[in-house]
Structure formats: structure tokens, C-alpha cells
Design a protein around this ligand. Structure first.
Ligand code: I22
Ligand code: ZN
Length: 196
């Protein structure tokens, strides 16, 4: 396949997946907005984590909550668990990589908080341990996954919210995850500030 056809195929595949997700994920994403707004309006905070590209997505999402999205508003309480290199290296070095997020959930998580846990495979051990820690601390979980949800899909409770992208390629799943995270920011602002 020549390079232009190869790139065009990315667009075609992404368009088809976006259309599919428009039908299946808008409802669960609206429930996620309600959960986030409820937490933020009741002194709760948002913790977000993921590995690799999902670490960048978590950071991107939190920056838009603490800073701003499209409109000026009060800063919102949110922390990225995948951004502090000293914590990540100390906990990873002393206790193991699987504990890098759960240690922070145990340090920071309080009942009424929300953990936004991002894993395209649904199988990253450190994200799984973070969700376990969230459950033990009455922190609600919003999980963004793909590939059928993996072990994370199987461990979520009725109180949690699962946004599972129906695709097997990490890059496509990440593209929808970022759209979802922007939709969550937009929904939060619409609830707090009114429709644009
Ligand atoms: O961004 C990418 C691939 O697009 C990679 O950095 C990717 O995020 C990493 O391989 C992650 O370790 C994958 O973890 P996960 O999404 O399965 O939890
Ligand atoms: Zn990537």
C-alpha cells in the first residue's frame, strides 16, 4: 500500500469508529459527566492515571480542569497520578511499578472522589491496583478502556462507569479516549456554567 492510501485508511477507520461510538458511548459519557460534577460540587476531587499515551491523556484532561477548557471558570480539583517523577520513581523503585498509582490513591483518595482510570487494554497492573485502592476507599471509578475492557472491565462495580471503545488497536482507542475526555470537560462546563 502506498503511503497516501495508508494514511487515508487511518481516516476511514477512525471515521467509522467515531460513528459507532457516537451511538454507544454518548450515554455512558453523560453519566460520567454527572458523576464528575457531583463530586466536584460536593468537595470531591478527580484523580486521573494511565500509562504512556494514556498518561499524557490523563495529564491533558487534568490540565483542562485545573486551568480551563474553552471558558473561564473557577479551577476544578483534579490531580494526575502519572505526572510526578519523584513519586513515580520512588514508589516504583521501592515497592514496584504496579503500585505507582495505588499508593497515590491511598494517600489522596477520600470518599466522594472520582478516579479516572485509562487503559486501552484494560489490563495494565498499575491501573488495576489503582482501581482496587479506589474501591477500598469509596472512590468512584470512571474507566476508559478498549479491547473488550480486559481485567478492568471485569472488576468494575455497579457504581462505576465504563467507557469501553469497541476496537482492538491502541491508537484508535486512544483517539476516542481523548474525544471522550474533551466531551467530559465540555459537559462539566455546560453543567457548571450553562450551555454555550
Ligand atoms: O501511546 C501508546 C501507543 O499509541 C503507548 O505509549 C501506550 O500508551 C503504552 O504502550 C501503554 O503502556 C499501554 O498501556 P495500556 O493502554 O494497555 O494500559
Ligand atoms: Zn500513541
Amino acid at each position: 500500500m502506498d503511503l497516501i492510501s495508508r494514511i487515508a485508511a487511518h481516516f476511514r477507520d477512525a471515521i467509522a469508529l467515531h460513528e459507532q461510538c457516537q451511538d454507544t458511548l454518548a450515554g455512558p459519557a453523560a453519566a460520567a459527566v454527572d458523576a464528575l460534577v457531583f463530586a466536584l460540587s460536593n468537595d470531591g476531587k478527580i484523580l486521573a492515571c494511565g500509562n504512556g499515551g494514556s498518561a499524557a491523556d490523563a495529564q491533558h484532561f487534568v490540565a483542562e480542569l485545573v486551568g480551563r477548557f474553552e471558558r473561564e471558570r473557577l479551577p476544578l480539583a483534579a490531580v494526575t497520578l502519572s505526572a510526578d517523577t519523584s513519586i513515580l520513581t520512588a514508589v516504583g523503585n521501592d515497592f514496584g511499578y504496579d503500585r505507582i498509582f495505588s499508593q497515590q490513591v491511598n494517600a489522596l483518595g477520600r470518599p466522594g472522589d472520582v478516579l479516572v482510570a485509562i487503559s486501552t487494554s484494560g489490563n495494565s497492573a498499575n491501573v488495576i491496583e489503582a482501581i482496587d485502592a479506589a474501591h477500598s476507599r469509596d472512590v468512584r471509578v470512571i474507566a476508559l478502556t478498549g479491547k473488550g475492557g480486559g481485567r478492568i472491565g471485569a472488576m468494575l462495580t455497579e457504581d462505576d462507569i465504563h467507557l469501553c471503545v469497541p476496537h482492538d488497536r491502541t491508537l484508535r482507542i486512544q483517539e476516542i479516549h481523548m474525544l471522550l475526555l474533551h466531551a467530559l470537560c465540555d459537559g462539566i462546563d455546560a453543567q457548571l456554567l450553562g450551555d454555550l
